[in-house]
Design a protein around this ligand. Structure first.
Ligand code: G3D
Ligand code: MG
Length: 199
């Protein structure tokens, strides 16, 4: 009998303008390494990370676009089957923040209605170059009823927390699971405000 290495598989996507740090966020989460010289690849790629929560082994399959996001026309198949989507902007780049509404529309058009969304304002280590106030991120997240974190792939701020929070939200509405009621936050926050309830 084949050995079962996980209980659940969650497919997640990272979207947002080019250069906001999507690949860096993914590398940070999956390898805990930050590389300042990424080689641009073509197509779409994914990384795997298995986490354990509520007594279940959850395999996170995290998909990353490799450049095609710059045309704002990521193939529909990229969205297919996604259970969670992280929308990423760069706090030092106004345009990347303004694009969030476009990315949200793309999700409405192409992703499943039940998909869990999360907003990340990345590069929060560069506060001296900040042009998007935290309050603006919070506001758009609140308008769409989604969680929000400011993150830094470089300084490893809120990356793991964000992924775990997204996974937990998906887990809590996975069929066959009782709703996870209200989550109790036992971790100490370090700069990022989770919107909605947990984290
Ligand atoms: P993308 O996948 O969204 O296109 P990348 O973005 O992950 O390729 O990152 C784009 C650039 O932003 C890279 O710089 C990367 O090092 C940098 N970056 C990503 N995340 C952070 C962060 O949290 N803080 C800081 N300061 N920089 C970050 P280069 O110069 O290699 O192009
Ligand atoms: Mg990339």
């Amino acid at each position: 009998m084949a050995k079962k290495t996980y209980d659940l598989l969650f497919k997640l996507l990272l979207i947002g303008d080019s250069a906001v740090g999507k690949t860096s966020v993914l590398f940070r989460f999956s390898d805990d390494a930050f590389n300042t010289t990424f080689i641009s690849t073509i197509g779409i790629d994914f990384k795997i990370k298995t986490v354990e929560m509520q007594g279940k082994k959850i395999k996170l399959q995290i998909w990353d676009t490799a450049g095609q996001e710059r045309f704002h026309t990521i193939t529909t198949s990229y969205y297919r089957g996604a259970m969670g989507i992280m929308l990423v902007y760069d706090i030092t780049n106004t345009k990347s923040f303004e694009s969030i509404s476009k990315w949200l529309r793309n999700i409405d058009e192409h992703a499943s209605e039940e998909v869990e969304r999360m907003l990340l304002g990345n590069k929060c280590d560069m506060d001296d170059k900040r042009v998007v106030p935290t309050a603006k991120g919070e506001q758009i997240a609140a308008e769409h009823g989604i969680r929000f974190f400011e993150t830094s792939a470089k300084s490893n701020v809120n990356i793991e927390k964000a992924f775990l929070c997204l996974a937990e939200d998906i887990l809590s509405k996975t069929p066959g699971k009782e709703p996870a009621a209200e989550h109790v936050d036992i971790s100490s926050g370090n700069g990022g405000a989770g919107w909605k309830k947990c984290c």
